[in-house]
Design a protein around this ligand. Sequence first.
Ligand code: ZN
Length: 431
Amino acid sequence: MSLRNLFSVASVCILLILPCSAILADSLDIIPDSTINQIADSSIETASIETESESIYPLSPERKEMLARYSAFKNIWRFISFFLGLGIMALFLFSGLSAKIRDWAQVAKKKFFILWLYLVIFMTIDYLLSFPFEFYRSFIIESNYGFMNQTFMEWFSEGLLSLLLSALIIIIPVWLLYYTIEKLKRWWLAFSLGAIPFIVFMVVVTPVFISPLYNDFTSLEDKQLEKEILALAEANGIENSNVFQVNASKQSTKLNAYVTGLFNTKRIVLYDTMIKNFTYEEIKFVMGHEMGHYVMNHLWKGLSLVIIFIMFSFWLTDKTIHKIIHKFKNRLKFEKLADIASLPLIMIYLSLISFLFNPISNGFSRYLEHRADIYGMENTEVSGESAAIAFDKLSVYNLSDPDPHPFIEFWFYGHPSLKKRMEFVRGYQRQ
Ligand SMILES: [Zn+2]
C-alpha cells in the first residue's frame, strides 16, 4: 500500500471509496488506488485487444486455470500490500527518518510550507520504497495476465503524474489535520467536519479536471447504442449529457462501468472495452445497474459513511496515540502529535483501523450494489439470462473469481460475488 493509498483511506479516501462503490465489478477494487490512479493513462490503440478478445469468452479450461491463479495471487497480495504499507511507515518512524525529514523541512520557514515540504519529501521517499512492489503488482503481473495495454514508460509517467497531483492536493487535508490538532482539543471532530467541503469539492472536480488528464471522455460512439441507452436514461430521469464512454483500453483490457461526480459533474461512465465486448442487452443491464447508483444517490450515501469512518478513526487515534508517542519519544524523536513527524504513525493508525473497518464498509457497499442490481432488473427489460451473462463476462474477461471464499468476500469484496449476482438475476421476478 503506497502513501497515496493510505491517504485515500484517510481523507482523500472519498476518491477511492465512492467510485469503487459505484463500480460494477470487483476487479478494480483490488488495487485500492485513488481515482487518480485508477483512471490512469497512455496511448495504445484499441486494436491491440481485438485479436485476443474473440477467444476469451466463453471460459476455456486454460483461462479457468489462469483465473484461479490470478485470484489466488490477488488474495495473497491483499495481505502483502497491507503489511508492506505498515512496514514502510514503521521504517520512517523507527529509523528516525521522519524526524530527519521534519528537520530538513525547516528551511521552508513558514509553517504551511514546512508541512508541504515534509510531505513532498516523505511522499517521494515512500514512492521510491514502494516502487519495486508497485511495479511488480501493477505492471509485471498485469502484463503477465494479458491486461496491460501500456509500455513501461507510459505506465511509469502516469505514476509520476499521480504522484505530482497527490503532492499538490494532499497538502490541504494534511494542513487542516495538523492545524486542528495544534489548536483544538476535539480536533478529530473539527477535522472530520472541516474535511467535508474538501471531499465534496474533490468529488465534484475529479471527473472534470483530473480524470481527463489520463483518458478521453466522449459521448457514445455507437449511435444506435447511444439512442437506446439515452432512451433508457431519460426514462429514469437522467439527462443525455451525463452518459460518457471512456477509452479505458488505453491502460487495460479490463471491463467496467461506474458512476462518479456530484451535482453538475455527476455522470455514468462506460468503458470502451465493455461496449466492445458486450451485446446491447448486456450493456443495457449494466446501464440499469449504474442508473440505480445514480438515481438512488449512492455517492452521497458512501460519502456519509466515509465521514463517519474518518471521525471514528481519528477519535480512536486521539484516545490512544498520545501514550504511544510518550512511550517511544526517544526513539521517534518527536513528543507531540502536533509534530508533522508523527504523520507515518497516523498513517499506521488509519491503515489498521480501515483494515478492521473493511467488513463494515464493504458490507455497506455490497448492500448498495445489490440495490443497484435490483434497480437494473426493475427498470430495464433485459432478461435475467442476459444480465447473468453480463456478470459471467465480467468474471471471464477480468479474471475475477465468481465464487470467492466467504471470508474473502466478507472482508474484502465491495460487491456481492458474481455467482450470487448471477443467481439473483436469473431468479428475479419483475413486479
Ligand atoms: Zn455498482
